[in-house]
Design a protein around this ligand. Sequence first.
Ligand SMILES: *Cc1c(COP(=O)(O)O)cnc(C)c1O
Length: 231
Amino acid sequence: MTTIKERLEEIRRRMDEAAEKAGRDPSSIRLIAVSKTKPVSMIREAVAAGVTDLGENYIQEAREKIPQVSGQVRWHFIGHLQTNKAKYAARLFDWIHTIDRVEIADALNRRAGMENRVLRVLIEVNVGKEETKSGVMEEDLFPLVEHVATLPQLSLKGLMVIPPLTADPEEVRGYFIKTRRLAEQVAARNIPNVSMEELSMGMTSDFEVAIEEGSTMIRVGTAIFGPREMS
Ligand SMILES: *Cc1c(COP(=O)(O)O)cnc(C)c1O
């Protein structure tokens, strides 16, 4: 049995290797440890091993776990967000990766204002054009960016993508490239309160490809905490 610490060392080694291959500075890539469904004891173990960024998908679960984790960690919300949960998201999380419509942006902005916080947010894009997936369609991206830019409690930092499921990480490369190009197009418009410095792309099965294509935030669960039980 390997420990969480050993798995993290291995992931960091692979991150460095992928960065080097792409001619990138490894320190420009942030590892987000995705702890959904995993107990607080494992999260504490990861934090003790140097993890500084944690990702959760479910508000109810996050409300129970986050207060039990001490230390200097940043929490990233990476799940699908409903407007009736915006209150908790604005209170618990530092980063929200999954803005995909005006209503959720407005709800978060309002709740963040009540909490006196500015949230760093990413817009999730549905580059695979999958009907059943969340994320904004490409053609609706620019209007959404322009709207988020007007919201004082949200600071737009970049884009996030969950590519269609496929067994082949190379097939996924095209979706990462697409996402990076969209971010470049947004950045070129020089909109106030809009930065495209972050690209949240890459999970256990494809984070090296994501790093090669410019990811600044990889979201890794299984490779750190082991497989999740289906729920
Ligand atoms: C669960 C999840 C991850 C982590 O996936 P692994 O394959 O376990 O690394 C990353 N991103 C999102 C949005 C997730 O829901």
